[in-house]
Design a protein around this ligand. Structure first.
Ligand SMILES: [Cu+2]
Length: 130
C-alpha cells in the first residue's frame, strides 16, 4: 500500500517535472524490480504426508524468497541449498509459515524440509533459476 503510493507520487513528480526526470525514472525501474526479487509460495501436505504441493519451482536470478505454509499437524520448515547456498527457515507447526531468502545466480537448487527424515521421505524439489 505505502510503496504503491510512493510509486504513484514519483510518477506524478516525473510527469510534472518533464522529460529529464521521466528518463531517469525509466532507468530506475528495472533496478527496483530486481531488488524486490521473486517470492514463491509453497504448501505442505495437509494430511501430514511428507510432501510439498509441488516439486518444481522457477525464479529469475536475484533475490528469491520461498514461503512455506504449513496446514498440517506435522512440524515442517523450508530450506534451500545448492551452488554455495545453504539456508534454513524456522520449523513451524500447524498454521505457521517458514521463510527462506537468498540471492541466487542462474542454476538449479534444491528446496527441502530440514526436519530430520522429511527430505528423504519426499519433501524436496528443484528450484530452477534463469
Ligand atoms: Cu517436514
Amino acid at each position: 500500500m505505502r510503496a504503491s503510493k510512493i510509486a504513484a507520487a514519483a510518477a506524478v513528480l516525473a510527469i510534472a517535472t518533464g522529460g529529464t526526470v521521466a528518463t531517469s525514472a525509466a532507468h530506475a525501474a528495472p533496478a527496483a524490480r530486481a531488488a524486490a526479487g521473486t517470492t514463491l509460495h509453497l504448501t505442505a501436505a495437509k494430511n501430514g504426508a511428507m510432501k510439498f504441493n509441488t516439486t518444481s519451482l522457477k525464479a529469475k536470478a536475484g533475490k528469491v524468497t520461498i514461503i512455506l505454509s504449513n496446514p498440517s499437524t506435522v512440524r515442517h520448515a523450508i530450506a534451500l541449498r545448492g551452488k554455495g547456498v545453504n539456508k534454513k527457515g524456522k520449523v513451524v507447526g500447524k498454521g505457521g509459515t517458514s521463510k527462506v531468502s537468498a540471492t541466487l545466480k542462474k542454476g538449479k537448487y534444491t528446496f527441502y524440509c530440514p526436519v530430520p527424515g522429511h527430505e528423504a521421505a519426499g519433501m524436496k524439489g528443484t528450484l530452477t533459476v534463469s
